[in-house]
Design a protein around this ligand. Structure first.
Ligand code: MRU
Length: 368
């Protein structure tokens, strides 16, 4: 992905100082583009918890780099205990996205294959880099597998613009590069297929308005920001050809946890016979769960994220304002679960599949 023409990933080791992890501060976008240095596993935990970095794939990669930084901090005596505590702290930062615990476990396994701290530090750096590279590569492949879906709709519309609705940000900012839901969109745009994206603002944190709109603009993809509740109306009037969202955790039977509000879009899509696709890398699949509604932990965040909004004033300063009476109570669930029956297909790095246990396991037979 390019920012003002310069290629970026969302996370990397500082050139010339591999003891520092660098990230883009997503709480400052779209009003400022700032790179932040992270030095310790504690810095990484804070960045994930306060959503300086966010998005399922990126918090997985960030946690992997957190494990690497932990190997640099861990004392020679007590190395194993320190690493166990670091892994637990990272896993406790955010509960819903499967990628985070998956990355910590994969890092722990790699680090435990070493026999001495020095060797384990090298293993950890290489393993974190591998997770980041794999995340970017899997997003690229999701784009390859999703592109024909958009191309087919374009042919059916005789080359007229394909209108795609997306929710939240499952773009390159939510991963190391490329994105999941956006990967087929970028691939179609790059193949000169006319596409236009309806961007849900995605209250309460407005990842659609702040992040998806920003990155689609950086890539030159035509898009329009809409209020969260507009999608159903647009679908009823033939203005949406398909929905593509990302996912934070998908169970082995195809239930999808994604940003709060996704379920309502899936219901509206079904009622209007509009295909509803979910794009995800396999690190988002949780093969241990069979029932998303009963079993996926749903993060509840600070109610002030609902009661307050942040934006740019006419004077050019970023300010936070309260949008309700001072004493109004609020609740803030971060995610909801879309039952598998409402999902047309999953778009994974290995290809497309129905949101059913059989189809998912056909694509990932090693989890049978
Ligand atoms: O709370 P966030 O911003 O970390 O939520 C994650 C999301 O952006 C969405 O749910 C997204 O569609 C899945 S992440 C690829």
């Amino acid at each position: 992905m390019k920012v003002d023409g310069i290629p970026y990933r969302t996370i990397w080791l500082k050139p010339g100082d591999a003891r520092v992890v660098q990230i883009i501060d997503q709480t400052r976008l779209p009003h400022a583009f700032e790179v932040v240095d992270l030095h310790t596993v504690q810095d990484i935990c804070s960045a994930i918890r306060d959503m300086t970095v966010r998005g399922a794939g990126l918090i997985g990669a960030c946690a992997a780099y957190g494990m690497y930084l932990a190997t640099l901090e861990a004392p020679e005596s007590g190395f194993t205990d320190f690493m166990a505590r670091a892994g637990a702290a990272l896993k406790a930062t955010r509960p819903t996205a499967a990628n985070l615990a998956w990355a910590v476990d994969r890092m722990a396994q790699a680090i435990n294959s070493g026999t001495a701290p020095d060797q384990q530090r090298t293993i950890a750096r290489e393993a974190a880099q591998a997770i980041a590279d794999e995340d970017a590569e899997y997003c690229r492949r999701i784009g390859v597998h999703g592109l024909p879906l958009i191309a087919a709709l374009s042919r059916r519309k005789l080359g007229q613009t394909v209108n795609i609705l997306t929710h939240c940000n499952a773009g390159w900012l939510a991963f190391v590069d490329g994105g999941s839901a956006t990967a087929p969109i970028y691939a179609a745009h790059d193949a000169d297929i006319p596409v236009h994206v309806w961007v849900d603002e995605t209250r309460p944190r407005n990842q659609g308005a702040s992040l998806t709109a920003w990155e689609l603009g950086q890539h030159g993809v035509p898009h329009t920001l809409i209020a969260d509740n507009a999608g159903g109306h647009l679908m009823q009037h033939g203005l949406v050809d398909m929905v593509i969202t990302g996912a934070d955790r998908v169970t082995r039977n195809g239930d999808v946890a994604n940003k709060i509000g996704t379920y309502l879009k899936a219901l509206a899509a079904r009622d209007n016979e509009i295909p509803f696709y979910v794009a995800l890398p396999s690190s988002t699949l949780d093969f241990s769960l069979h029932d998303g509604i009963a079993n996926i932990p749903i993060e509840e965040r600070d109610a002030d994220e609902v009661r307050f909004m942040t934006g740019l004033t006419a004077a050019g300063t970023v300010e936070c304002v309260r949008i309700c009476p001072a004493t109004t109570p609020a609740r803030n669930w971060g995610f909801d679960v879309t039952p598998a029956r409402l999902v047309t297909q999953l778009i994974c790095e290995r290809g497309l599949c129905a949101a059913t246990e059989d189809a998912i396991l056909s694509l990932f037979p090693e989890h049978r």
